[in-house]
Design a binder for this molecule. Structure first.
Ligand code: HEC
Length: 111
């Protein structure tokens, strides 16, 4: 039993990680439309918020970027790109927000 519990735990984490990775680019783009991200953001050009490609460049190689940005999208805030605040998005949920942030950090490809 002592050996089985950590095994089950790590299998569960692997499955969760796989689920997030399986979130493909087209699916992420659809989510971004569904949750209104694309009314303020575009992959290439700055709208109300920064271009997603610029976000990817800014945080390239920064290992804590995913966690930081998931918190930022969930709670909203300003200051990293200017004075205009991003509204909070608690309705998106942790898993979808993480998938969206990882997609943004890939440069928000459409397919
Ligand atoms: C009402 C407009 C608006 C909407 C809707 C919006 N954003 Fe933003 N977003 C902004 C603004 C403005 C900023 C810049 C905030 C700053 O300067 O720190 C931003 C910044 C970001 C950043 C970079 C944050 C940082 O600190 O560098 C990410 C990632 C992001 N948005 C993702 C999303 C996602 C994903 C969604 C949809 C769930 C979304 N945004 C919806 C306006 C918006």
């Amino acid at each position: 039993m002592k050996k089985i519990v950590p095994l089950i735990l790590s299998a569960t984490f692997l499955l969760i990680a796989e689920g997030v990775r399986a979130q493909d680019n087209a699916g992420a783009l659809k989510l971004a439309g569904q949750y209104g991200c694309t009314s303020c953001h575009n992959a290439e050009v700055k709208l109300v918020g920064p271009a997603f490609k610029s976000v990817a460049e800014k945080y390239a190689g920064q290992t804590d970027a995913v966690d930081m940005l998931v918190t930022k999208v969930t709670n909203g805030g300003s200051g990293n790109w200017g004075r205009i605040p991003m509204p909070a998005h608690p309705q998106v949920g942790a898993e979808n927000t993480k998938a969206l942030v990882e997609w943004v950090l890939r440069g928000a490809p459409s397919k």
